[in-house]
Design a protein around this ligand. Sequence first.
Ligand code: KG4
Ligand code: ZN
Length: 384
Amino acid sequence: MQPTSPLGAPERRRYIRGMTRTLTILGIETSCDETAAAVIRRAADGAVEILSEKVHTQLEEHAPYLGVVPEIAARAHAELADATVRAAMVESGVAYSDLDAVAATSGPGLIGGVLVGMMTGKAVAQAAGKPFLAVNHLEGHALSPRLTQDCAFPYLLLLVSGGHCQFLEVGGLGAYRRLGSTIDDAAGEAFDKTAKLLGLGFPGGPAVERIAADGNPKAIDFPRPLLNRPGLDMSFAGLKTAVARAAEAGPLSEGRMADICASFQAAIVDVLAEKSRRALEAFEPGDGQPKRFVVAGGVAANRAIRSALESVAETTGARLLAPPMRHCTDNAAMIALAGAERLASGRLGEAGDLGAGARPRWPLDEAAAKLDPAYATGRRGAKA
Ligand code: KG4
Ligand code: ZN
């Protein structure tokens, strides 16, 4: 049964046409292991004010298992979601009645957590008589630099996190062209698996980076999968086997461990840098626009990767824009922004998305995904 709209007829007409005034949006993010809520205000000219941001990262909950356990994540989201939303609303000083809409991640991601976030968002929206907006998590990442910087369309985006690794041309809101993607594991997943193999704990990226600082990046010649193939697809699954072999090859002294981490990181850096160089050379923003290159996602925290991407941007005449760390990793401000931009553009049904269901797989470039449905679908969901 289709839910009825909580809005009156005149309100409904305004929402459908698009909103040109300042919008105040509550965003909710629960697709992986961060329970997050944020309130933002977006002016008609696109300027954003973040009124509050609350994030609980479920580190302690998952640490004993050396990875995110979906059932534990879902339960933790269910316990934390209400309080996180309340805390974000209180800190923002905004009354529920003054919100313009409630946005929640509706996919892709771990289905249990996504459902918790959507139910929370729909309940708040219904109770406050506001539209609910079902947001694509990847659209949130794609728009995240626009939270704090002047980052006009179009731009080239490298999204590198624990669940995703892809190049996208972002032409505008809803205009995403996938240029390449991992065909198996995401780069962050490779960091996490390497850390697990070496007994370094979870999440693996920061631990591997720390230990790599004392190692020799040339000590072991790890494979650079797909590096010499044309195109922008990547593959990181094979690296795990290579790391396992290197770890078994001899005693795992501190020095050897540092060499493995440094050499592994160097392989990832080489692949991301070379593929970024190719993507930037081919990227034509048109109309005399500057080449903007955005890197987002948790792996963008890695200093070796960031500095390699800086040099690539420099040599290709591009400008690297990286959101601050708290907006690289999963957060609710980017979900609120994606909702605000959707609302402002008027691309909504009359009840908002109150009838929307969760979508564990939800590629940004749906046309490309339809043409080749088997492309880049990994164990943990669509990496596209
Ligand atoms: O964006 P994010 O918080 O969540 C996902 O949507 O996946 O990214 C988390 C991923 C993890 O795989 C983590 O190991 C990786 O980002 N990561 C790093 C670093 N910090 C986080 N990888 C490499 N170096 C880092 N410093
Ligand atoms: Zn994410």
